[in-house]
Design a protein around this ligand. Structure first.
Ligand code: FAD
Length: 491
């Protein structure tokens, strides 16, 4: 008999396990993946976390910063109000107000708590700051990164969990809940071909969304979603959502919505841990997109990447042939993110625009050339370009505008990268309250059942502010673990 069983092996699950362990003795983590593939989507990440901080002094509580680093960096601040505003704006005011407030207000305390457990953090110099005139400036509210990225985060959480005497079973797939009228009493698990019942006083579900389930994806997100590539783990097939629904839980949130991005066109069907998140192609704000018809189809500069990348995957999926090309010229080449320099890219280069459009596979070259010229002619070159702010350097008079960072595509050599849609995680899921208790379809908490992370619905809708997924798992994992641990020790 365990006090608390945690279903899942990613960031939300491991935070829940560490948190539960503070309040009870016997904690078991069930991870469906074998050990070499364990860690869920969390392991595929860069480890970026969206966290409220009111200035560099807050950051110094979680990151070891030298005087020199502080002197040459403008960290700015990311306030509670800014995070709340970002959540409201990108979710079109649908995010659950109570859960969102908890997510935002507990973001810094959660990371501080992880730090106190031994997880190490750094500043995301490489991805979220540009060096202008010898000084780095952070932008877009995303400054904190786990040391070692997602793999480093999962490794350190796992190490700490083991040190604290938490049992971890790998290759252990939760199949159903042991549910009775008075609540949840454990989990049915399939492990090494054997199905067994494991009893516990409380259960925390943290087994991710249903993005790796082709049939559910097509059923809930809609026709065409079976054609998307899965960016992360192949193990998040919605098992825990189904288990909870079977036990009477309420479904909530944006069930037809998901986080999906521009992803290497020829990437494998599921994520590859050796490549991690590097199949993504997120420098489109500095260039333009063209589809098979040779047409631009989206405002590449509508906002900072952090606020558009998660909804543009869906836009790419809806293009003819489910692909697009990103086009850059030599002026912005130095600004392309590290993921453009991996070996596994579908890339063409050319010295003239005529040559370039002829090399874009499956694209109408004549239309493409005309479109680039039309775009170039529409750029407001009188407005200075500045990648650190929304510079308002825009196009004028195009059916599909570019609102910021509109640079002309005129300086060779030119580069183009082919992308398709990569799905990250689904937005619909289980309903929880502020104690992370799972709510049933009559609006009551199911005794002994808690949930955290990707499988919780109601928080993200349509879009998502970059770096909120890990924070979401840490905040609610910590809350779920605490309440499950306390209820178990009181039982
Ligand atoms: C390529 C990529 C890059 C990303 N980058 C970032 C980033 O930099 N910052 C950020 O905040 N977010 C990022 N995200 C999103 C982020 O990964 C997720 O939001 C977050 O990790 C979800 O954590 P989780 O613990 O809920 O789920 P996961 O980490 O996916 O964990 C779910 C776990 O459940 C296990 N599981 C599934 N079914 C069962 C079952 N039946 N029984 C037992 N176990 C089961 C899985 O094996 C897995 O271990 C990225 C995602 C991807 C794919």
């Amino acid at each position: 008999m365990y006090d608390v069983i945690i279903v899942g092996g990613g960031n939300a699950a491991l935070c829940a396990a560490l948190s539960a362990r503070q309040y009870c003795e016997r904690v078991l983590v069930l991870e469906r993946a074998p050990e070499d593939e364990a860690g869920g989507n969390s392991r595929f990440t860069a480890g970026l976390m969206r966290v409220v901080y009111n200035g560099v002094e807050d950051l110094r509580k979680i990151i070891d910063l030298s005087e020199d680093e502080v002197a040459r960096t403008d960290f700015g601040a990311y306030t509670t109000e800014q995070f709340l505003d970002d959540m409201a704006r990108v979710t079109e005011y649908r995010c659950d107000p109570d859960l969102t407030e908890l997510l935002v207000k507990e973001s810094f305390p959660a990371v501080l708590w992880m730090r106190s457990k031994g997880v190490r953090f750094t500043a995301a110099w490489g991805r979220q700051a540009f060096n202008i005139g010898g000084r780095f400036k952070f932008w877009g509210g995303l400054t904190v990164e786990a040391v070692g990225g997602g793999p480093g985060l999962v490794e350190s959480l796992t190490r700490i969990a083991r040190k604290e005497g938490i049992d971890i079973w790998y290759g252990a797939r939760a199949v159903s809940l042991l549910a009775q009228d008075d609540g949840i009493h454990g989990v049915v698990v399939k492990r090494a071909g054997n199905t067994q019942q494991v009893s516990s006083k409380a259960v925390v579900l943290a087994a991710g969304g249903f993005q790796a389930n082709t049939e559910w994806r097509t059923r809930y997100l809609g026709p065409g979603w079976e054609l998307a590539k899965v960016r992360g783990t192949r193990f998040n097939t919605g098992d825990a959502i189904r288990m909870a629904l079977d036990a009477g839980a309420a479904a909530v949130g944006n069930w037809s919505g998901c986080h999906a991005v521009a992803w290497e066109r020829n990437a494998p069907e599921f994520g590859d841990l050796a490549v991690g998140d590097q199949f993504q192609k997120h420098s489109y704000p500095w260039g333009i997109y063209l589809n098979a018809e040779g047409k631009r189809f989206v405002d590449e500069g509508a906002d900072f990447r952090n606020y558009t990348y998660a909804k543009y995957g869906r836009v790419i999926l809806s293009q003819p042939g489910q692909f697009a090309w990103q086009i850059f010229d030599a002026k912005v080449k130095g600004q392309l993110r590290d993921e453009y320099r991996i070996r596994q890219v579908t890339k063409v280069t050319a010295n003239t625009l005529e040559e370039l459009v002829g090399k874009l596979d499956d694209v109408d070259a004549k239309n493409a050339l005309e479109e680039i010229k039309r775009y170039n002619a529409a750029v407001r070159q009188d407005i200075p370009y500045n990648p650190n702010v929304k510079d308002g350097r825009r196009t004028e008079g195009l059916a599909v505008p570019k609102s910021n960072w509109a640079n002309t595509i005129d300086t060779p050599p030119f580069e183009a990268y082919a992308v398709t849609c990569g799905i990250t995680f689904t937005f619909g899921g289980l309903k929880i309250n502020n104690h992370a208790q799972v709510i049933n379809s009559d609006g009551e908490a199911i005794k002994g059942l808690y949930a955290a992370g990707e499988l919780v619905g109601g928080i993200f809708w349509f879009n998502y502010p970059g770096g909120s997924g890990l924070t979401n798992g840490s905040v609610f994992g910590r809350v779920a673990g605490e309440n499950a641990g306390k209820s178990a020790s009181a039982a």
